[in-house]
Design a protein around this ligand. Structure first.
Ligand code: SAH
Length: 455
């Protein structure tokens, strides 16, 4: 490891980027990861943690900036930690994401030269999120503040205008904070478990413009609520104002019980021509514009003619199932969260879609059990698992179901690569791999893969 020591200052040229977006440079052949340093930067850094084969350094100064550096839109991006790429040109971010998928397919999946479609990026990688949750606290002067937790901590950095979210969020937050000040409503204090307001959740429906505000409170009622309701109602399209009751000592944001202060208790959004009713607890994709792009790809890869039986595993509130139902004979969805299955059924009837059926349970249990009873028919199987990917037992059953096509939607290209290897060793072939950027300025990327049964 040469003779580098902790606290040494060194000059580094950043030549690569790690999977979480940290800059990588080499000192005497020893690899160092530097947060917030970009490929192409020359920097001064101080050594922090040194391990046998690699270490971490902290950037002190940029000596020669990377040609891909841009002015970050957000003044608190380094403390907040939500965005990894605020200072990088967007086209370089897309290149990074494409490489991340490719490298995982090669290294983990053992695919030699994976063919990939060019990444589908956003038109504008800002203001794309339809949902934001701001923790509320108290500053040194005793004033209520809303913002973000500093990376990996619970101290709040005041910030009411996150540029990934909707501009209206700022207006909402300011009105809630003004109400708290005027009516002397205290913010929740995590340490002593006193105070009232814990979080402010804001959801916007892009297709209809409707807005929902939900205050998470450490209690069961909101004093002087009328003054808050009148103020929030001055914002156009304010459709629902709600309370979520959470008196538990927990990191989980929303409580189990919600109450309506004003309006109908949900907002309505559309993806394509499918409508969804969204309540504070519903799972819903956070970037609706790119979700449509993603689902279009799923639809294209599924290549439905109207006669197919489709399985949508890990179906959430049935978004993909309903999106595909119009073009299929029958769609079956499987989802573990009971409330999501309830929403999926509601959404099906809201859209008068009758050729869908939803099963509640673990995909790796429900599907094999159904298959054991009667060989279930499947022409196309869509999977959209959480980061840990699919269990082998499920993949094994999918192979036995013998669908012509498998469409794998993944939010983690490492587990995707592992699962693709399993399926490709058992009679399937990768036809297309498409990255879709759902989370601009962050390190996350979504991938859609088409697998076809070998003849
Ligand atoms: N396809 C949906 C949701 C994808 S997110 C959409 O596009 O909106 C992944 C979903 O898998 C979540 O809804 C999660 O609750 C569900 N899930 C997690 N583990 C599961 C399992 N073992 N079996 C079935 N569903 C699971």
């Amino acid at each position: 490891m040469s003779d580098l020591k902790k606290n040494d200052k060194i000059i580094l040229k950043i030549e690569d980027m790690g999977i979480d977006g940290a800059g990588i440079g080499k000192a005497d052949g020893y690899t160092l990861f530097v947060k917030d340093a970009l490929i192409g930067d020359e920097i001064e850094a101080v050594l922090m943690k040194l391990k046998k084969n690699y270490g971490y350094a902290r950037m002190i100064k940029i000596l020669v900036p990377s040609p891909h550096r841009i002015e970050p839109k957000c003044p608190v991006h380094r403390q907040c930690g939500g965005c990894q790429f605020q200072a990088l040109e967007y086209k370089e971010e897309l290149k990074f994401k494409q490489n991340k998928i490719r490298n995982n397919l090669i290294r983990i999946g053992g695919f030699e030269n994976p063919l990939m479609e060019p990444m589908l990026g956003m038109e504008e990688p800002y203001f794309y999120r339809n949902k934001a949750q701001f923790p509320v606290g108290t500053d040194k002067e005793g004033n209520p503040v809303a913002g973000f937790y500093a990376g990996r901590t619970h101290s709040i950095i005041p910030c009411t205008d996150c540029c990934l979210g909707q501009p209206v969020n700022q207006d909402v937050l300011n009105r809630v904070l003004e109400y708290m000040k005027a009516c002397q409503i205290p913010a929740y204090d995590e340490k002593n478990r006193t105070g009232l307001i814990r979080h402010i959740l804001i959801r916007s429906a892009f297709a209809t413009g409707e807005i929902m505000v939900c205050l998470v409170i450490n209690g069961t009622c909101l004093p002087k609520k009328q003054s808050l309701i009148s103020s929030l109602n001055e914002i156009p399209n304010m459709t629902s104002i709600m309370l979520s009751l959470n008196t538990e000592n927990t990191n989980v944001i929303l409580g189990k019980e919600t109450r309506i202060l004003y309006g109908q208790g949900y907002i309505t959004d559309c993806i394509g021509n499918i409508k969804f009713q969204i309540s504070p607890l519903s799972f819903y994709q956070v970037n609706p514009d790119q979700t449509k792009v993603l689902y279009q790809k799923v639809l294209e890869y599924a290549a439905l003619s109207g006669t197919e039986t489709v399985w949508d595993l890990y179906c959430g509130i049935g978004t993909i199932s309903l999106f595909l139902a119009e073009k299929a004979k029958k769609v079956y969805g499987v989802e573990i969260v009971p409330q999501a299955v309830f929403d999926a059924r509601q959404n099906a009837s809201l859209n008068q879609i009758e050729n869908v059926e939803f099963y509640e349970g673990k995909a790796e249990e429900v599907v094999p059990e159904l298959f054991e009873k009667t060989p279930v028919q499947a022409d196309v199987v869509v999977v959209d698992p959480p980061r840990k990917g699919c269990e082998e037992r499920l993949l094994q059953t999918i192979i036995q179901m013998n669908p012509e096509r498998i469409v794998y939607v993944s939010c983690d290209s490492a587990t995707l690569a592992r699962d693709l290897r399993f399926v490709c060793d058992r009679g399937y072939e990768i036809k297309k791999v498409q990255g879709v950027d759902q989370f601009g300025r962050t390190g996350h990327v979504e991938t859609v893969t088409l697998l076809v049964r070998e003849p």
